[in-house]
Write a protein that binds this ligand. Structure first.
Ligand SMILES: Nc1ncnc2c1ncn2[C@@H]1O[C@H](COP(=O)(O)OP(=O)(O)OP(=O)(O)O)[C@@H](O)[C@H]1O
Length: 232
């Protein structure tokens, strides 16, 4: 159980550098970040400032940092899920959505090994309908979906893991404006639904586009010189 006022994930004094061709480049520098349940936090910054690095540290995908990362209570690592900008690379190109999403469903523990094929189909159809996609698309491989459909499928897969935090790295940058608006509205609706169900989900939205962040976020931070700075 996550209590309302305490962080669901917290970073303290995080430093991360990359060694490349004999030189070391510091990207995150003694950075602090606190994500509270049910909030929407925006992170902006120019190209190369370290936004993706920060997203990966938050999501537990990068462990090569110094400093501390805490998750609330006894949450498992999978409680922080990440959706990448390039959803084509995020999926195995040979597997249908039914198989890719089915793997997430199995990993989440929502489906017992004894669960019937029918039960599995119902849960997957519900997951895909939740992001506004037709269940028939479950039979397709990711290469046979549009960019917007694939991005929604990536969000559906992340949600199947029942996350407390969803980190979205440039979730709409590759999409045209009307699809961008649909996905941003979808995220807003999902967050509101989860609040009403008393299962808050926090969103961390990384974008170089101030309009995207203003549309969604309660608080916006800039990543500069390896630290987060609150925007007024
Ligand atoms: N694996 C790596 N090895 C060496 N350098 C890296 C590696 N990954 C990232 N970098 C460097 O670290 C810096 C931060 O990269 P990162 O991808 O986190 O930035 P970003 O703000 O997300 O950039 P963009 O907005 O262009 O996606 C960049 O200078 C990048 O070249």
């Amino acid at each position: 159980m996550i209590s309302q006022g305490s962080p669901v994930v917290e970073l303290r004094g995080i430093s991360r550098s990359y060694r490349w061709r004999g030189t070391v480049r510091s990207v995150l520098n003694d950075l602090d970040c606190t994500i509270l349940p049910g909030t929407v936090t925006g992170i902006q910054g120019t190209s190369g400032t370290g936004k993706t690095t920060l997203a990966r540290v938050l999501a537990g995908l990068d462990r090569s940092f110094s400093g501390a990362r805490w998750l609330a209570g006894d949450l498992p690592d999978a409680a922080v899920q990440m959706v990448f900008q390039d959803s084509l690379q995020a999926f195995n190109p040979r597997l249908s959505l039914e198989i890719s999403l089915g793997e997430a469903l199995a990993a989440s523990g929502q489906l017992s090994w004894l669960g019937s094929r029918r039960e599995r189909k119902v849960l997957l159809s519900r997951a895909i309908a939740q992001v506004g996609l037709e269940p028939s698309l479950l039979q397709r491989t990711p290469g046979r979906l549009s960019g917007g459909q694939r991005q929604r499928a990536a969000i559906a897969r992340a949600l199947l893991m029942n996350p407390a935090v969803l980190v979205l790295d440039e979730p709409v940058a590759a999409l045209d404006l009307s699809i961008q608006a649909r996905i941003l509205n979808l995220l807003q609706r999902l967050r509101e639904e989860r609040l009403q169900e008393a299962r808050p989900i926090a969103l961390v939205v990384i974008s170089h586009d101030p309009a995207v962040l203003r549309h969604l976020c309660g608080e916006i931070y800039s990543l500069q010189e390896g630290k987060l700075w609150r925007e007024e």
